[in-house]
Design a protein around this ligand. Structure first.
Ligand SMILES: C[S@@+](CC[C@H](N)C(=O)[O-])C[C@H]1O[C@@H](n2cnc3c(N)ncnc32)[C@H](O)[C@@H]1O
Length: 242
């Protein structure tokens, strides 16, 4: 009887699964108020959708069929809560990694008794890649993404050609990609990256007016107010899936 070979080192091991090493968010923000912490524990579970490595079923998630909007990096969630309450006919998948912000949004949602928002606490790059099905989104909103102003940090910016290509693939035909920033260099980079993506068309000539999103207008947030106070313009970009 042939003897069982003794296991030795695999001469041709499978390549390790590659993880994205550069994150678009910092790890430094840990301040959280008592109210946010309480809302994170008590209210967030009502709205939480855990990250999963396979496609999300929006009908099972929201209990209805409605146009689905993805918001990436909602910060404290004021914009999310404002848009979601003014657009009850839309469903919002809101993605953030910042615990205080998640507590804050959960608090707004509970106060307003909104039922059309779900929160995913995870890196949006993984969420888009793994959970959002191709052609499933009516819009993607990315308002004031971390600007990473130093040249050596530009590689951490969320908006890259690869990520925009992934977002475009998840938009339904005529779906909207709306971004805003108060950093001119980032705004110009966004305009270049979006304009080069073959599946997107600019709905405006260059930058858009703040009210240039035909599905849902961007309300003014604290970043918008700060930009105005400092005399910075805010640049909006509104593109459509071809
Ligand atoms: C400058 S804040 C803007 C917040 C909000 N959109 C607003 O307009 O007030 C950017 C937010 O994006 C979040 N963020 C950055 N990269 C992210 C990622 N890959 N996935 C999820 N959230 C991210 C950060 O935690 C931060 O709260």
């Amino acid at each position: 009887m042939p003897s069982t070979p003794t296991p030795g080192p695999d001469p041709d091991p499978a390549p390790p699964v590659r993880h994205r090493m550069v994150r678009s968010f910092g790890s430094g923000r840990s301040r959280i108020t008592r109210a946010q912490e309480r809302a994170y524990r008590q209210d967030f579970p009502r709205y939480a959708v855990p990250y999963q490595a396979h496609g999300l079923d929006p009908v099972a998630c929201f209990g209805r069929q409605a146009p689905l909007v993805l918001e990436i990096g909602f910060g404290m969630g004021q914009t999310t809560a404002a848009i979601a309450s003014s657009k009850p006919q839309l469903d919002f998948l809101a993605v953030e990694v910042f615990t205080a912000g998640i507590g804050s949004l959960a608090m707004h949602l509970a106060r307003l008794d909104l039922t059309n928002v779900r929160i995913i606490e995870h890196d949006a790059v993984d969420v888009v890649r793994d959970m959002v099905l191709p052609g499933s989104l009516a819009a993607v909103l990315i308002f004031f993404p971390d600007p990473w102003p130093k040249a050596r940090h530009h590689k951490r910016r969320l908006i890259t050609p690869a990520f925009v290509c992934a977002l475009a693939a998840r938009l339904a035909p005529a779906g909207i990609l709306h971004c805003a920033t108060d950093w001119q260099h980032y705004a110009e980079q966004m305009l270049e990256v979006f304009s080069r993506e073959p599946h997107l068309t600019n709905l405006h000539s260059g930058f858009a007016p703040a009210a240039g999103n035909p599905l849902c207008e961007r309300p003014a947030t604290k970043f918008h107010a700060r930009g105005e106070r400092l005399g910075h313009p805010v640049w909006d970009l509104v593109f459509e899936r071809r």
